[in-house]
Design a protein around this ligand. Structure first.
Ligand code: ADP
Ligand code: MG
Length: 723
């Protein structure tokens, strides 16, 4: 934790060696300096090829351009200095004997400044270059005796003036390390220089006066000293624009090609009737919202149209998407077809199944649940039921897409939280049942006007109304040291007959590996559960839920919480998506400063689903910085997913938008779609022009475009049809 943020302080790797010529598609395994282990962790983060390395933009920069004077240090400042380090002492840390505490003196211009490293691995400590000319970069803090000191600095041997530059800091696993990754990016940039074809055809690029894409990438990864740091951080440079435009251009092309293809497919006609689907609506204990009614009507039109439905339902957290899903499934069943409802995690599939058991089985419809927790004879039986058509609505996870699952007559499929599914899953579904209707559902906040442009190949419906009479959720930020107050608030809620979540993050800044993440999550879940047992809430029943538990145990715990056999659930972010327990009236999010706002919004959506007033407590580290508070206050101010997403983007740099989590329903990495309306229309015009000249993208001028579209498909563009 307190370890210097970047491993490989003085590491030398063989990154400069290279025997194979690189192409953008060279797999990471074949890149210099990347062995099997590093390749594995990079892949886990979605970095699979040389190009992916380049597209992994720096998440921030360190400014090493200006050398500071050791006589003019201010606490809190981050400084770069040139001088010599003298070792003073090294000993084991009291808290962890495997790590050490090291002290040194930094000498420069006849002054000396104390330097200290906490929780330092002795292996790295041995590599620090003492007694020679070095650059150090680190934070100034007030140490013992009110003396200023430099804490956990990065050190490197002074190699010349060019070291005084803006340096990228990447989101890479610590097994790879910043230095290795930065050097790798340099090698790739050099290798691909002059051999990298962007998506936008050359002539169009020139006439639009755009930078070459490789030059744009170089600018972002290796900014010149003259670059404006703030513009870089917030993605406001011409280079960023080019990258966004390249991406949006390919995206627009893909949309056009996709709609052309979709128009040629035939779909089953499911004539409207007042059978099961109507009976279901009548059995609900509530009135549908107007938005729900409108969406049902929109879906009805698709189902009788003769072309397969390809509809994306964008619905605010808690807007009641499940009702729409079940109604659609029943529309298929009443016309003699089977329906599948898929969710990204078993917990959610089971929850949908239980909802169906409550409302749908009473109508005589046979439902089946198929998750990885269903095994042995039971599984075999359910597979038979699916194959012979006995199971009319099947609930499950990706497991439904396995070869062993055969539907006789799949008429309609619903994919809940679709952004959590890989493109492979969606493509597989399409190949299992090419003519069946598809309803994709997501809570990813995308403004309507942009969604219509971005998903021009789909029909889009919006559930923009939360059922009336919903409880109020009071959100507040509380520092960790006031945990007892939090216990009191939760105590009150549980005594009112409610239930409470404690949620813990499993997201690290430098993601090491999924395994390590899980371990961290498990440890903190257990620690909180322990603490609750010792405190005011000890007389209530608490359960724990994390990724390391078997699917069966997870489902059992969740069921216990839902049914009230547990009052408190201490969980990792497994409960983030879709979990619906109307009685839950308190959620405590531990280390809230570590989450994105959109994720916090999702988590907060777990309470206030019934009609009991609820509390959402964002528990933050006592020393959480001001910026963290500013970010979190956006969530106090708003309950609209879209507004929160906008605020999130304004507060983060573009690097933070990368990665599959943030991209949500969109396969876009660079386009900040909330802001880039102008770029979108430019990209659209360019795509039109290109397709007019070359409708099939078959000519030599469009070879880059063709490849970019293909990559986009691989990354997860197509919501319907791949290849
Ligand atoms: P989400 O859109 O987040 O998936 P759910 O479908 O889980 O939301 O619905 C949230 C809760 O709201 C559920 O408990 C559901 O029964 C309830 N609900 C759905 N539609 C309505 C409605 N029209 N009026 C009142 N409650 C509703
Ligand atoms: Mg849901």
């Amino acid at each position: 934790m307190g370890q210097p943020s970047r491993s490989g302080i003085v590491s030398r790797s063989n990154v400069n060696k290279l025997d194979v010529p690189l192409s953008p598609d060279t797999p990471v395994e074949q890149l210099p300096g990347i062995g099997e282990r590093r390749a594995r962790v990079l892949r886990a983060q979605g970095i699979c090829t040389a190009l992916d390395c380049l597209l992994n933009l720096p998440r921030r920069y360190e400014d090493w351009r200006v050398l500071s004077n050791p006589r003019e240090l201010r606490p809190g400042a981050t400084v770069t200095m040139r001088g010599t380090l003298r070792k003073v002492a090294q000993r084991a840390m009291a808290s962890n004997r495997k790590l050490c505490l090291m002290r040194a003196r930094f000498e420069c211009d006849g002054t000396s400044v104390p330097v200290v490293w906490f929780n330092f691995s002795p292996h790295l400590a041995a590599q620090i270059p003492f007694d020679c000319e070095v650059l150090i970069h680190g934070k100034v803090a007030i140490g013992m005796g009110a003396l200023l000191q430099i804490v956990n600095p990065v050190v490197e041997q002074f190699s010349g003036e060019e070291a005084l530059s803006l340096r990228p800091v990447y989101r890479v696993p610590s097994t790879v390390g910043q230095r290795t990754f930065a050097r790798l990016v340099s090698v790739i940039l050099d290798q691909l220089d002059g051999r990298f074809e962007g998506a936008i055809p050359e002539s169009l690029r020139r006439s639009s006066g755009l930078l070459e894409p490789i030059a744009a990438l170089r600018f972002v990864h290796r900014p010149p000293s003259s670059a404006n740091l703030e513009d870089l951080m917030f993605g406001r440079t011409a280079a960023h624009q080019v990258l966004a435009l390249e991406e949006l251009f390919a995206f627009q092309l893909a949309l056009h090609l996709e709609s052309r293809r979709a128009a040629q497919r035939r779909g089953h006609v499911l004539p409207a009737s007042d059978g099961l689907s109507q009976a279901f609506l009548k059995s609900l204990p509530f009135e549908l919202t107007n938005a729900q009614k409108r969406v049902l009507a929109e879906i009805d039109v698709d189902l009788v149209s003769g072309t397969p439905m390809n509809r994306l339902l964008i619905g605010e957290v808690g807007s009641g998407k499940t009702v729409v899903a079940l109604w659609s499934a029943l529309r298929a069943v009443e016309c003699g077809w089977q329906a599948a409802v898929m969710a990204p995690i078993g917990l959610l599939a089971e929850q949908h199944y239980q909802t169906a058991a409550r409302y749908v089985e009473g109508l005589g419809v046979r439902c089946a649940l198929l998750t990885s927790a269903v095994t042995g004879k039971e599984r075999a039986q359910r597979l038979r039921d699916i194959a012979c058509g006995r199971a009319q609505i099947v609930f499950g996870t990706q497991a439904l897409l396995k070869d062993s699952v055969r539907f006789t007559k799949l008429g309609l499929a619903v994919i809940d939280e679709q952004h959590r599914f890989g493109v492979f899953d969606r493509a597989r579904l399409k190949s299992v049942a090419p003519n069946s209707h598809m309803l994709l559902m997501t809570a990813t906040p995308i403004p309507r006007s942009l969604a219509l442009v971005l998903f021009a190949n789909l029909n889009v419906s919006f559930l923009d109304e939360v059922p009336a009479g919903r409880a109020r959720v009071q959100t507040r930020i509380v520092p960790e040291s006031r945990f007892e107050e939090v216990e009191s608030i939760v105590l009150r809620r549980v005594e009112e007959g409610g239930r409470a979540y404690f949620v813990l993050p499993v997201i690290g800044e430098d993601i090491a590996s999924d395994d390590e993440l899980d371990d961290e999550g498990v440890a903190s879940v257990k620690a909180i559960a322990e603490r609750l047992r010792a405190g005011k809430l000890s007389r209530f029943r608490a359960g724990i839920l994390h990724g390391r538990m078997a699917q069966r145990a997870r489902e059992a715990t969740m069921r216990a919480f839902r049914e009230g056999a547990l009052d408190i659930l201490v969980a990792t972010t497994l409960v983030e998506v879709g979990v619906d327990v109307p009685e839950a009236n308190a959620i405590v999010i531990v280390n809230a400063e570590r989450y994105g706002l959109a994720q916090l919004h999702q988590l907060r959506g777990r309470v206030g689903r019934g009609n009991a007033d609820s509390d959402c407590i964002l528990l933050v580290k006592d020393d959480a910085c001001e910026q963290a508070f500013r970010r979190l206050s956006a969530i106090l101010r708003s309950t609209s997913g879209i507004e929160i997403a906008k605020a999130d983007m304004e507060l983060r740099g573009p690097g933070d938008l990368l990665g599959s989590r943030q991209s949500g329903a969109l396969p876009l990495r660079f386009a900040r779609f909330v802001h880039d309306a102008e770029l979108i229309s430019q990209a659209r015009a360019m795509a039109h022009q290109t397709l007019l000249r070359d409708p099939e993208l078959a000519g030599p001028e469009t070879s880059g475009a063709r490849r970019a579209v293909k990559r986009l498909l691989a990354y997860g563009f197509s919501l319907a049809d791949v290849g």
